[in-house]
Design a protein around this ligand. Structure first.
Ligand SMILES: [Zn+2]
Ligand SMILES: [Zn+2]
Length: 340
């Protein structure tokens, strides 16, 4: 009873391996979560490949966690055993830096914590999390549904709801993949005129089913020109991992239009400055959200019927699940389940 299975990386670039460990006890201000499901995110490659500085191994990846609180540490108020909770990219913060003092925990400059990178995450039957990282999962949302919303979901939801776009405005989602298929649903449910943009026609039926009222095939058409014909986009949510593709779409922004990059890539985004100056167009990035933003994402998704499309693997097949995610062929989010 006091042992659990985890999928860990024993050393940088090592394989994901299933090992048994003692079930940990929560310290003060922490809870223990019985993990039901954990999404497999491309950012887990930071842990697998050791590309995030200072990772201490062995490390259990996973920052798209959904489960049930099963023990609370000393001094924990407001959270109790039996509550269904998620933990996402925002896995804790310092509470003292200027950002934290302004309530902007995601930009914490001293001790921003990511589960699965700075401490053991959700590829496990149990994990320990600080209470500041918890988001309540509403009834009506399964653990498998909640997991991917804790990272891919909150990122697209929070970027859109903070974009300044209003119902009826044209919002384009560039890319119909792990982030994009959620972005299209959120944009549509928020009341935006939602335009999906992807390469080829094969994704059109899905994009329309997810709520896009318009579809642009960026291989067959000049997507920027097509957006301009519609009056220009107020927001382009760029979910692709191609700076070149983002650069090519900039001309489709309307007056005061903003491209929000949520797809991370080293490939540079280039913009001619007259394009930005003339109509006050802008480019920004958006870094997921804090635990309360995740909670809002879960609640909105439960009410509005937003769901990630998932491929499910049991925890013991974590290595295979990770390879599936890295292959780019999964439709669209890979989720591990513990059977608990
Ligand atoms: Zn992630
Ligand atoms: Zn801080």
């Amino acid at each position: 009873m006091s042992r659990m299975r985890v999928a860990q990386i024993a050393e940088m670039k090592g394989p994901l391996e299933i090992v048994e460990r003692e079930i940990p006890e929560p310290e003060a201000e922490f809870v223990r979560i019985k993990v039901e499901a954990c999404g497999v995110c491309h950012s887990d490659s930071f842990t697998k490949e050791g590309t995030w500085p200072g990772i201490q191994y062995p490390r259990v990846p996973g920052h798209e966690v959904a489960g049930i609180i099963d023990a609370v540490g000393a001094g924990v108020a407001g959270w109790t055993s039996g509550q269904r909770v998620g933990v996402g990219w925002h896995g804790g913060h310092c509470g003292r830096c200027d950002s934290c003092r302004r309530g902007d925990f995601v930009t914490c400059q001293i001790a921003f914590q990511v589960p699965g990178i700075m401490y053991d995450g959700g590829y496990a039957e149990y994990m320990i999390a600080p209470i500041g990282a918890l988001a309540l999962i509403p009834e009506g949302l399964s653990a498998v549904d909640a997991g991917p919303l804790m990272c891919a979901g909150v990122t697209t939801f929070n970027a859109l709801r903070n974009s300044g776009a209003r119902p009826g405005d044209t919002v384009a989602v560039l890319g119909v993949g792990g982030l994009g298929h959620l972005g299209i649903q959120f944009a549509s449910k928020m009341g935006f005129k939602t335009v999906a943009i992807a390469r080829g026609m094969d994704k059109e039926p899905l994009a329309r089913k997810l709520g896009a009222s318009h579809y642009i095939d960026s291989q067959a058409q000049d997507a920027a020109a097509e957006l301009t014909k519609m009056g220009g986009a107020r927001v382009i949510l760029a979910t692709v991992t191609s700076g070149k593709a983002m650069s090519a779409i900039l001309g489709g922004l309307g007056v005061n239009g903003m491209l929000i990059a949520v797809g991370a890539t080293a490939d540079p985004l280039e913009a001619p400055t007259p394009l930005l100056i003339g109509a006050r167009r802008s480019i920004m990035g958006w870094p997921s959200g804090a635990s309360i933003d995740s909670q809002d994402t879960l609640a909105f998704s439960a009410d509005a019927g937003v769901r990630a499309m998932t491929e499910i693997f049991p925890l013991e097949r974590a290595a295979e699940a990770y390879e599936r995610m890295m292959s780019g062929k999964a439709r669209f989010r890979v989720v591990l389940t513990t059977g608990r």
